[in-house]
Design a protein around this ligand. Structure first.
Ligand SMILES: Nc1nc2c(c(=O)[nH]1)N[C@H]1C(S)=C(S)[C@@H](COP(=O)(O)O)O[C@H]1N2
Ligand SMILES: [Mo]
Length: 378
């Protein structure tokens, strides 16, 4: 059943092919429609170690399917000795793991690219860190026992749609080696409650350290195959400069630090207002490759950087808090942060462009207006 994709010329006209915006072209109604469905995490909630339920970002390509947990079955099959059909109760009777994991959409930062790839127009907010509960996929795969010649494991969601004329179920794959990493979970709960519909009720894959597209929601099938799976969502998440390029596949999350916006916002521009004097700049940093070892902060638009103090991390796959005391001086400031992880990966000072608008980790440029400290009090 691996391939659920069918190319239908009659569907090709539904949306314009993947394209980049023309010079000066504003965000259109299609993009606003996506942005309204697929919400981000309000950045002030970077204050929380664990993102509150309902505030984690959401990205859903098609519709959120209606799913009944009591009749849900996960089919595990393909090139295995013992195909399995597992109910939620079967899965919940297996070893249970809970961990806090930072998840980020590969398109986070897309709308800040120029020219802008026309798609979900994320700025910085497509991120969250919830506490997920499930059972390791590795144990389930061990019971199914992949046969000689097993290459990839294909994960299929219950959602269905069309993208650029290709009708499909949402499908992603991992190699057998990646899929049997003990970190990979079949998750049925987040923050202590059953998964809400938008996060994959009743069951999803959770691939810690990888961009969100790998964590298939509404997971109904796990199929072991004897070839490299090359489905639509594998090809789509590739870094390319030109449409015909093969491109490097998007996998793990590149390091990023975000600043929790200080002071208070202007309603429309979201610019910040702070009063002069001692402030504490804080935020979070994460990487899917290795531990974050450094966060640097700039209050002058990236001209100079100061090392922040790193704080606690609730889980090796969760984000790390950071803080830096700042004596805010009257005037306009541009506040940014950048993270470096133990592999030496860091954030580029300028956006690195690709057609899909993936992994743009150029630092935030938070506009902060610092007012004189005297408010006429006394
Ligand atoms: N079945 C299915 N799984 C999916 C998607 C989808 O559209 N369908 N979107 C993916 C993408 S692109 C991301 S970023 C994450 C988002 O997960 P969340 O909405 O729970 O934050 O789910 C991934 N899993
Ligand atoms: Mo995503």
């Amino acid at each position: 059943m691996t391939t659920t994709e069918t190319s239908n010329p009659a569907l090709a006209g539904l949306s314009r092919p993947a394209r980049v915006a023309d010079e000066g072209e504003g965000v259109g109604l299609d993009e606003i429609g996506l942005a309204a469905r697929n919400h981000g995490m309000p950045l002030e909630l970077l204050a929380h170690d664990v993102t509150p339920l309902g505030a984690h970002y959401v990205l859903t390509h098609y519709d959120i399917p209606l799913a009944d947990a009591t009749t849900w079955a996960l089919e595990v099959g393909g090139l295995v000795r013992s195909p399995l059909s597992l109910s939620l109760a079967d899965l919940q009777a297996r070893p249970v793991v809970s961990r806090t994991v930072t998840m980020e959409c590969a398109g986070n930062g897309r709308a800040r690219l120029s020219p802008r790839p026309v798609s979900q127009p994320w700025l910085h907010e497509a991120v969250g860190a919830m506490t997920w509960t499930g059972t390791p996929l590795a144990g389930v795969l061990a019971d199914a026992a992949p046969l000689d010649g097993a290459v990839d494991v294909v994960f299929t969601g219950a959602d269905h749609g069309v993208e650029r004329g290709v009708e499909q179920d949402y499908q992603r794959s991992l190699t057998v080696e990646q899929a049997t990493d003990p970190e990979v979970l079949l998750a049925w709960a987040c923050n202590g409650v059953e998964l809400p519909p938008q996060h994959g009720h009743p069951l999803r894959l959770l691939v810690p350290g990888w961009y969100g597209m790998a964590s298939v929601k509404w997971l109904r099938s796990v199929e072991v195959v004897d070839h490299v799976f090359d489905g639509y969502q594998m090809r789509a998440y590739s870094l390319r400069q030109a449409p015909e390029e093969e491109g490097e596949r998007v996998t793990r999350i590149a390091p990023r630090a975000l600043v929790q916006p200080p002071g208070f916002p202007d309603f429309l521009s979201r610019r910040r207002v702070v009063r002069a004097g001692p402030q504490l700049l804080t935020g979070r940093a994460w990487s899917g490759w290795a531990e974050v070892v450094s966060v640097e902060v700039s209050v002058d638009g990236g001209a100079t950087w100061v090392e922040a103090e790193l704080g606690a991390q609730p889980d090796p796959r969760a984000w790390r808090s950071w803080s830096l005391p700042w004596t805010a001086t009257e005037g306009r400031h541009v506040v940014s942060a950048r993270a470096t992880d133990a592999t030496g990966r860091t954030q580029p000072s300028e956006p690195v462009w690709n057609r899909g608008g993936f992994a743009n980790t150029a630092p935030q440029d938070l506009q902060v207006l610092v007012l004189a400290a005297d408010r006429g009090e006394s």
